[in-house]
Design a protein around this ligand. Structure first.
Ligand code: ADP
Ligand code: G6P
Length: 493
């Protein structure tokens, strides 16, 4: 089914796969199985569009070559031909200043409302602007390629996330100069903070103007949209319409949209139906599950301390409940992430040392990636998922857990500070900073009667099935007038 009426140019920090050398020294594609890639790559394939992004290699190690997909590749990117991929190749130092120095050290903490962790350095901000310029120039090449092969088309350029907030105006100006028609949209995958936080960034006016270079701007939830509109009004003096969600800037009108991202629901159901059983100590053992990138926004320390409090206040759970925490290594070059890893190792070691018995340890901790099958099995066989970030744009783990609950229904514990907390009403909400209350909520989840669990899970699953990642994609295409008629009649919009 053709969803989009325009060829799509996705511009994201990362390509939908990374490049690595295999055992024979050949360059091969390595898949990243995120929901975004699953949903968006097929649209790029079917509209014969292009994907601009970083391949994981630096200029020093790369020839710019993109290998074709392996003939056995079954992933959503298998149909993406090498000529549809434009890799951004930069010297290591420059990339590092942009990615670690600015994206991860400034925007990530600031946008998650943790300004004390954010660093503001003019040289890193300059590197960010320059790298955005490089992405922009490559995007113009992509647009040129598409318009040359079909002069009737109007490419849809879709910029993603906090890495690329300064690319739009360069793309617009260059395309105008070259007479290339485009539509341009931006989607932010993390929260957009309030004005009071945003104004701490010394170059906030430039940043806001950068985003306003697009025609359409999307955030996960309405609160983030309103924060953005507020910043545009207060910092740039733009005329805004909060009802219609419009911002006027430089005689253009920019539309703002709440577009809650989701997951490929049916894919997770299928995985859960086929996945092997998780090994438990005994039949009655209940698993509490946490699955996160190892990131300070995810509230891992708070969660583990709440579990410790549960064992102290409700010793009846000793030997009957195990906390399984899976943490994916992330941004390991950044000091804060290294420190968090050490803190967790110590905390988990201390709690296991204190509470373990000859046949049981309270915390099973996996530091690493697990396969999709394994992940689905964990989701399906856990009694409780604990998704308690201190701040999170959306959080897909909460949705994946719900999709995989194909057997005995479990309970979802969710933080109100995640985007998912605003729509998944049947979850048990808990403030992760309130340790005692948190422990009581875990106890309540572990002892919840079956009929209540069933009722809650049924409703959670129904919503996520209807509002899956394809619904998100169609909603987005509708905001930019690119949703094909076919897909309006076949889809739910
Ligand atoms: P974020 O984008 O901040 O990492 P999300 O919860 O939105 O947070 O998305 C995390 C994604 O990473 C999910 O799709 C999840 O399945 C995947 N993931 C998390 N932990 C692991 C792991 N240990 N192994 C494999 N995939 C993981
Ligand atoms: C979040 C961001 C993504 C990013 C991902 C992994 O989900 O919104 O843009 O790709 O984290 O982080 P990394 O820095 O490894 O790309």
């Amino acid at each position: 089914m053709v969803l989009s009426t325009s060829p799509m140019v996705v511009v994201a920090n990362r390509l939908p796969f990374i490049l690595a050398k295999d055992s024979k020294g050949q360059l091969v594609r390595k898949q990243c199985a995120g929901g975004l890639v699953t949903a968006v790559a097929p649209v790029v394939v079917e509209t014969e569009g292009l994907w601009v992004g970083w391949s994981g290699l630096h200029e020093e190690d790369s020839t710019g070559e993109i290998p074709e997909a392996d003939p056995n590749d079954q992933s959503p990117t298998a149909g993406l031909k090498s000529k549809q991929v434009l890799p951004v190749c930069l010297p290591k130092k420059k990339f590092d200043d942009y990615y670690n120095g600015c994206c991860n050290a400034t925007f990530w903490p600031l946008f998650h409302s943790m300004p004390d962790r954010a660093v503001f350095q003019a040289d890193k901000w300059e590197a960010y602007r320059q790298v955005n310029e490089e992405f922009a120039m490559l995007t113009v090449e992509a647009v040129k390629k598409l318009v040359n092969s079909n002069p009737e088309c109007i490419p849809l350029v879709w910029l993603h996330d906090y890495h690329l907030m300064m690319a739009a105006n360069t793309i617009r100006e260059r395309c105008d100069e070259l007479g290339l028609p485009i539509k341009m949209a931006f989607f932010l995958h993390i929260p957009f903070p309030s004005w009071d936080i945003m104004r701490l960034f010394p170059w906030d006016d430039e940043l806001l103007q950068g985003i306003l270079g697009c025609d359409s701007v999307g955030f996960h939830v309405e609160d983030y949209c309103l924060n953005f509109i507020d910043c545009c009004q207060r910092r740039l003096g733009c005329r805004v319409d909060r009802q219609q969600m419009l911002v006027e800037h430089n005689n253009r009108s920019v539309s703002v949209h709440p577009l809650p991202i989701s997951i490929p629901y049916e894919r997770f159901v299928n995985l859960a139906e086929k996945a092997p059983q998780v090994v438990k100590n005994h039949d009655q053992e209940q698993l509490l599950l946490g699955v996160d990138r190892l990131d300070y926004t995810k509230g891992l320390v708070h969660r583990i301390k709440a579990f410790e409090t549960l064992l102290q206040k409700h010793p009846e759970h000793i030997e009957h409940v195990t906390f399984l925490q899976v943490a994916v290594p992330s941004r390991t070059d950044v000091k804060e992430y290294q420190e968090l890893k050490e803190e967790l190792d110590q905390l988990i070691g201390r709690i296991n040392g204190q509470f373990s018995t000859p046949n049981w340890s309270p915390i099973r901790y996996i530091y690493g990636c697990v396969s999709q099958d394994q992940l689905a099995a964990f989701y399906r066989d856990s009694s409780v998922a604990v998704v308690t970030p201190l701040r999170d744009g959306m959080n897909l783990v909460a949705k994946e857990f719900v999709a995989c609950q194909t057997g005995e229904p479990g309970v979802l514990i969710l933080s109100p500070f995640a985007g998912a907390g605003t729509t998944m009403h049947e979850a048990l909400l808990v403030n992760p900073y309130e340790t005692n209350e948190f422990a009581e909520v875990i106890h309540r989840a572990l002892t919840m009667p079956k009929d209540e669990r069933e009722l809650r899970m049924k409703q959670l699953r129904r919503r996520e099935r209807e509002r899956d990642v394809n619904f998100w994609l169609r909603s987005f295409l509708k905001t930019v007038d690119c949703l094909s008629d076919d897909s309006v009649t076949q889809g739910r919009l």
